[in-house]
Design a protein around this ligand. Structure first.
Ligand code: SF4
Ligand code: SF4
Length: 401
C-alpha cells in the first residue's frame, strides 16, 4: 500500500538524514535500532510514499507491516526531535499524521492501545477497576459529597484520570488549594476521560474521542465557567489543542494549574504557612514544557516557597529529557518506559537533590515507580538509601498553604 498523507511530503523530503535527532531520542537510546530513531522512522515512511528506482530494480517490497506500525507507536511524544531539527521538521507531528492516516485507512494501532478506546468508551476512564477512588461514578459522587461544591462556578477544576484514580493525593491537594484561595470554583458533576491517549495514538477521529470532547465541553458550559484549570499537562493539551484539531474549539480559557498558582500567589490569595527545607530538582514534563511552552510558572512557584533550594537538571527546559511515560508507551512497552524513567532518576541523583518535583501526574506516577524500582534493586544488591523523594508541585503547595 502506498501512503499519501497530505502535509508530510515536504517534511519527508526536507529531512537531510543528518541524525541530529537520533541521539536525543529516549526510545532510540534504549532500543538501539536505527528504525526506532526519528531519522529511521522518516526514512521508512518516505520509502512508503515513493519507491526509489533501486526499490523497483531490486523488486524490494516495502509495505505497511507490523514492524513499521510498532516503530511508529514506539514513541513517548516527547517532542525532543523537533527541538533539534535544523530544517524545522516536526517528526513527532509526522507520526501523529501517520497514525491519523492509519486510523482513516482501518490500520489498527497495537492491540493494547486499541483496547483503551473500548475501555474509555465503556468506563469513561482508561482504567478498569480497583483504583483508589473506584469507578468514575464513585469519584464523581465523592467529589460532590465530600467537597459539597456548587453546580456553578467561574473556574472549573478538571481532575484528570491519573489524579482521580491513581494519585488521589494530587486531586485532594488541588482542591485544598482552591478552597483556601477563596476563588469561585467547582468541578464537573460527571467528568469523563479527556481522551488524550486516543488523540495521541491516532484515535482522535474515533467516536469515543468525539463523544468525550462533546460531553466534557457541554459539562463545562453547564457550570457557567469561563476558565478550565487542570493539573495534568495531557488534559491541558487535549482541551487546548486536540479538541480544536479533532472536535471543536472550547469557548472558555484553558489553564494549567501552575499558571493559576502563580496568579494566586501574585494576588495574595494563597500564602505559604510552612517552609520546605529541601534541595529540589525540577523536571519539565514534555507536554507542559516543550509542547506547551510553560517553563517559568512552576519555577516561580518553587522560588516563592520558603526554605527551598532549587537546582536545575543539566538538561532542562526545552532540553529536558523525557520521563518515558508519554504517548501511551508505559502501557505499550512498560519495560522500555521504565528503563527511560530509571535513566532520568540517575540524572536527578547527579544533582544531589533530595526531592524531585514535576507538574504532571503522569511523570509523577512513572518517576515514583522508577524510584521504587531503583530502591528495590538496591536492596537486592545489599541495600543503601536512594535519598530521593518525588512529588507533584500541586502536592507540595498543598502541604504548605
Ligand atoms: S534532525 Fe531533522 S533533518 Fe536531521 S535526520 Fe532528524 S528530522 Fe531529518
Ligand atoms: S517524540 Fe521523542 S520519543 Fe518520539 S521520536 Fe521524537 S525524540 Fe523520539
Amino acid at each position: 500500500m502506498k501512503i499519501k498523507i497530505g502535509g508530510i511530503e515536504n517534511d519527508l523530503y526536507a529531512c537531510l538524514q543528518c541524525g541530529y535527532c537520533t541521539s536525543i531520542c529516549p526510545v532510540y537510546n534504549e532500543v538501539g535500532w536505527e528504525s526506532a530513531s526519528p531519522r529511521g522512522k522518516i526514512f521508512y515512511i518516505k520509502q512508503l510514499t515513493q519507491k526509489s528506482i533501486w526499490d523497483r530494480i531490486l523488486r524490494r517490497k516495502i509495505d505497511i507491516n507490523d514492524a513499521l506500525i510498532k516503530r511508529i507507536y514506539q514513541c513517548t511524544n516527547c517532542g525532543a526531535c523537533e527541538e533539534v531539527c535544523h530544517v524545522n521538521n516536526k517528526p513527532y507531528e509526522i507520526w501523529g499524521l501517520v497514525k491519523d492516516w492509519f486510523y482513516a485507512n482501518n490500520i489498527d494501532p497495537p492491540e493494547i492501545l486499541k483496547k483503551m478506546q473500548s475501555t474509555i468508551e465503556t468506563n469513561h476512564s482508561p482504567y478498569v477497576s480497583g483504583f483508589e477512588s473506584g469507578s468514575v461514578a464513585d469519584r464523581n459522587e465523592l467529589l460532590i459529597k465530600k467537597y459539597k461544591l456548587p453546580e456553578k462556578g467561574e473556574v472549573v477544576f478538571f481532575v484528570g484520570c491519573v489524579s482521580s484514580y491513581l494519585l488521589i493525593k494530587m486531586m485532594n491537594s488541588a482542591l485544598k488549594i482552591l478552597r483556601k484561595s477563596g476563588i469561585n470554583y467547582t468541578v464537573l458533576k460527571d467528568e469523563w476521560c479527556c481522551g488524550n491517549i486516543l488523540g495521541a495514538t491516532g484515535q482522535g477521529k474515533s467516536p469515543t474521542f468525539q463523544k468525550s470532547a462533546q460531553h466534557n465541553m457541554a459539562a463545562v458550559k453547564a457550570t457557567g465557567a469561563n476558565t478550565l484549570v487542570t493539573s495534568c499537562p495531557g488534559c491541558y493539551r487535549t482541551f487546548s489543542e486536540m479538541y480544536p484539531k479533532y472536535a471543536s474549539k472550547p469557548d472558555f480559557e484553558v489553564m494549567h494549574f501552575t499558571e493559576l498558582l502563580v496568579d494566586l500567589i501574585d494576588n495574595e490569595k494563597i500564602s505559604f504557612k510552612k517552609s520546605f527545607d529541601k534541595k529540589i530538582a525540577y523536571h519539565d514534563p514534555c507536554e507542559l514544557g516543550r509542547l506547551s511552552g510553560i517553563y517559568e510558572p512552576p519555577r516561580k512557584i518553587l522560588e516563592n516557597i520558603p526554605g527551598i533550594k532549587l537546582t536545575e537538571l543539566i538538561d532542562n527546559k526545552k532540553d529536558c529529557n523525557c520521563c518515558g511515560n508519554g504517548g501511551g508507551l508505559s502501557s505499550l512497552e512498560p519495560d522500555l518506559a521504565m528503563n527511560i524513567s530509571l535513566k532520568k532518576i540517575d540524572e536527578v541523583l547527579e544533582t544531589k537533590a533530595d526531592t524531585l518535583v514535576s507538574s504532571c501526574p503522569n511523570c509523577r506516577h512513572g518517576l515514583s515507580n522508577a524510584i521504587l524500582e531503583k530502591k528495590k534493586r538496591m536492596s537486592t544488591n545489599g541495600g543503601g538509601d536512594l535519598g530521593l523523594d518525588m512529588m507533584d508541585i500541586t502536592e507540595l503547595v498543598g502541604k504548605l498553604v
